[in-house]
Design a protein around this ligand. Structure first.
Ligand code: ZN
Length: 295
């Protein structure tokens, strides 16, 4: 039985696992994300010890995912300075010539939800995680979407809510982008404290739902997904998902006439099924794809 290595590379932790080709997990470890020269040798050693036959990586980005680029598999313009322009995939392979694929952590998670989770059977789906940042993976017409670079839907620009005391948001790059208005730090800045201590009917959650609904509307109108999967720590507030669904319907204004949305919004905008391992399972699936492509 061939062995597949999987890495979900995050800004705070690295989750590594080894699977058999049939999906049986053999070992999983978690390392904290330090500078590359500290963290990467341990990761190389883990995959080497297991003698993996293929490798799949879902990583924070932005990434160079152009297979014809000399920098394929590198982390590019990240604000984490020690990882900027770092050739992650090349370093992980450490000279070994095995099949490997890398994608964004959110594209990996989208793949996992499509193959094994909340969007099973869909040929078009979007996975969005709302936590300390906002990222989204797009599965379009049966494959992960990359386009020119890869989607960065966390930074789409939104209209400010009229009651938002902080309508410019907190993104250092953009005035009024989704991440700057709706990620965890934006909520904290809006309420000037810990939003987890607030009741469900606090106005900040209506504002949050409004922003996430604007995102859903933009995704529906541009990508026409069959399912929108909404996860991440912020969605741990259980009242939010129903609020986002109703606000999405309101903002669509009856324009999109698909019963999948108008009559079944509860099964259209949904929570992930594989949380918290969507990204890790997606990385395994990328490694499996790499192995199959090499055959
Ligand atoms: Zn932004």
């Amino acid at each position: 039985m061939r062995k597949i290595g999987a890495l979900e590379a995050g800004g705070t932790k690295m989750v590594l696992a080894v699977y058999q080709e049939n999906g049986t997990e053999l070992e999983r470890i978690t390392l904290s994300t330090e500078a590359p020269e500290i963290t990467v040798p341990s990761m190389v050693e883990f995959f080497r010890r297991h003698q993996v036959d293929a490798l799949g990586v879902g990583s924070f980005g932005p990434l160079d995912l152009n297979p014809s680029s000399p920098a394929y598999g590198s982390i590019t313009s990240t604000p984490k300075l020690k990882w900027r322009d770092y050739p992650l995939l090349q370093k992980l392979l450490d000279g070994r010539d095995i099949p490997a694929l890398i994608d964004t952590d959110v594209n990996a998670a989208a793949l996992a939800e499509v193959e094994l989770g909340a969007a099973r059977g869909c040929r078009n789906a979007v996975y969005v995680t709302v936590g300390t940042g906002i990222g989204g993976g797009v599965y379009a017409d049966g494959k992960l979407l990359h386009g020119l670079i890869h989607p960065e839907l966390g930074h789409m620009l939104l209209r400010p809510h009229t009651d938002d005391p902080n309508p410019h948001g907190v993104c250092p790059y953009h005035d009024g982008c989704l991440e700057g208005l709706a990620a965890g730090p934006a909520i904290g800045a809006r309420v000037q404290g810990d939003a987890r201590e607030l009741p469900d009917d606090h106005p900040t959650f209506a504002i949050e739902a409004h922003y996430l609904a604007q995102m859903c509307v933009n995704l529906i109108l541009t990508l026409s997904p069959e399912k929108i999967i909404l996860g991440g720590g912020v969605l741990g507030r259980e009242c939010l998902l129903p609020m986002v669904r109703q606000e999405t319907l309101r903002l669509l204004g009856g324009y999109v006439q698909s019963p999948a949305i108008t009559e079944h919004v509860d099964s259209y905008i949904v929570a992930p099924q594989l949380f918290p391992v969507s990204g890790l399972v997606g990385s395994f699936l990328l490694g499996k794809q790499a192995l199959e492509q090499a055959r």
